[in-house]
Unconditional design. Structure first.
Length: 208
């Protein structure tokens, strides 16, 4: 199913049903997972590599890691012998045992961060537009500049502990993301002309 986006979507649905097919408490979280999957499918980044225009090797690899972690956790719950093959699988097991919003968010992000770390070389080979993944309405960028960037180093430090993944600290340096661009090009994350709403958000959320 690597070259079949529809099959990837179907596999996502199956992982939220667990081995029994009756995991009702987990189904509400399936909507969030499918929303993320459909966004990727709509953009075409999961299409076969020989499609025109060329598709994203990096996005396909990140998505594959997310699916693989989900499948492995379901298999372990279903009786597969052995230990989790990677750290991100453990939060998925915790989510399956206790399907809360916090546990889902932690498991999902653990897989995404693990995929980032595993495929950093692929990310650096993507074109600038794909690396930036700009929000069409600009809201995402406003939040990034005004709220997230000033606290980014602390966010990464917290995430490294919360996800049990100390390598997450390799993705930021001096408050600048370095997973898509090198530190020397950190200016791409800063806006020289922030909108008034962005300036207001930065003032309102400034540490006191």
């Amino acid at each position: 199913m690597r070259d079949d986006p529809a099959a990837r979507l179907a596999l996502t649905v199956r992982t939220y049903r667990e081995p029994t097919g009756r995991a009702r408490r987990h189904l509400p979280f399936r909507r969030a997972a499918l929303s993320f999957m459909r966004w990727q499918t709509h953009r075409g980044v999961l299409s076969p590599l020989d499609a025109s225009p060329a598709r994203s090797v990096w996005w396909r690899a990140v998505n594959e890691r997310l699916l693989r972690d989900g499948c492995e956790s379901v298999a372990l719950v279903g009786g597969l012998e052995g230990e989790p093959s990677s750290q991100p699988v453990r939060p998925w097991l915790e989510f399956i045992a206790k399907p809360t919003g916090r546990n889902w968010y932690r498991a999902h992000n653990a897989s995404i961060v693990g995929a980032y770390l595993e495929h950093r070389g692929l990310a650096e080979a993507e074109n600038p537009a794909e690396r930036y993944i700009a929000d069409e309405q600009g809201l995402g960028r406003i939040l990034d500049y005004a709220v997230i960037v000033p606290r980014l180093q602390r966010i990464y430090q917290w995430s490294a502990v919360e996800l049990g993944e100390p390598r997450a600290l390799e993705l930021a340096r001096d408050g600048n993301p370095i997973y898509a661009w090198p530190f020397e090009e950190r200016h791409v994350w800063r806006s020289p002309h922030m909108r008034p709403v962005g300036r207001g958000l930065r003032r309102a959320t400034r540490a006191r």
